[in-house]
Write a protein that binds this ligand. Structure first.
Ligand code: ADP
Ligand code: MG
Length: 274
């Protein structure tokens, strides 16, 4: 069942009238700690259409990871409704939730979460093992996913034989290999130096341009400024939800830094090179 009465705000459908991929209505998540209850999320509502690229920002403790865990079906709300692809996750038992997660979601973590003794190829194959894909097929798909992230030449390397940026690429390949509806990345550049971080963000930009739906948690304002939409959490609530015109933002940024030279053409060229 959908939460009909809550849909009056117009969140149930996206601007194009399509059903949203993600629909979050009045979601709260409370944790009991000793005698106290912590509301990590407190009445969060928003929806995301297929193909969107959204930055989730907010200070430490504002509820970003709690939200991502719910969106990724690793956790469920204490109250409110989360529907993924029109399906209310409360209607699913643990097995059905795992199946939905394996089918629809690719998770990318700050700490990569790779199996240390396994090769890049084996790490990327893992979600396909759970799906019962044949050895031959999963090897082929994993190799393709690693090629997509620029690691076709590192198939038999283990995590400790790869740089931080390469490890994150392996984890992105693992997220992509099942062709999920949704990529969820929780501080994916948090353990990387700024140059490597920018390369990973460039990869997300390419994946978005290829049609992937991406939600990316970050606490870096410059990263959020490069995303088409930004949702800011504060004390477990949505404090801001804005769609930004990136060309205009880039032109304004260049205008501020190189007064008199703020041509949009230059801004676009700069973006391609960056
Ligand atoms: P963020 O990712 O934005 O830093 P979190 O979602 O991790 O924030 O946490 C939000 C709040 O919820 C914090 O106050 C945190 O301490 C609390 N919290 C998160 N997970 C748990 C948990 N499993 N048990 C108790 N409190 C939690
Ligand atoms: Mg967090």
């Amino acid at each position: 069942m959908q939460s009909g009465p809550h849909h009056g705000g117009g969140g149930a459908r996206t601007s194009t009238g399509a059903l949203p991929l993600i629909d979050v209505r009045d979601v709260s998540r409370r944790f009991a700690m000793g005698g106290e209850t912590i509301a990590a999320l407190d009445g969060v509502s928003f929806s995301v259409a297929r193909g969107e690229y959204v930055a989730i920002i907010g200070t430490s403790g504002s509820g970003k990871s709690t939200l991502m865990n719910i969106l990724g079906c690793l956790d469920v709300p204490s109250a409110g409704v989360y529907a993924l692809g029109g399906q209310d996750v409360r209607s699913l038992d643990d097995d059905a939730l795992s199946a939905l997660r394996n089918r629809e979601i690719g998770f990318i973590f700050q700490s990569f979460q790779l199996l240390p003794r396994q090769t890049a190829l084996a790490n990327v194959e893992l979600p396909l093992v759970y799906r019962g894909v044949s050895v031959r097929k999963r090897r082929e798909l994993a190799q393709q996913a690693l090629e997509r992230v620029g690691l076709g030449h590192r198939l038999s390397h283990k995590p400790n034989e790869l740089s931080g940026g390469q490890r994150q690429r392996v984890s992105i390949a693992r997220a992509l290999v099942t062709e999920p509806s949704l990529l969820l990345a929780d501080e994916p550049t948090g353990n990387l130096d700024s140059t490597t971080g920018r390369e990973i963000l460039e990869l997300f930009r390419v994946l978005h341009a290829a049609g992937n739906t991406i939600l990316l948690v970050t606490h870096e304002p410059s990263i959020a400024a490069a995303c088409p939409r930004r949702i800011r959490l504060s004390d477990g609530r949505v404090a801001e939800d804005v769609v930004q015109d990136l060309k205009q933002a880039e032109a304004a940024r260049l205008g501020a830094t190189q007064a008199g030279e703020a041509q949009v053409g230059g801004a676009l060229e700069g973006e391609v090179r960056a």
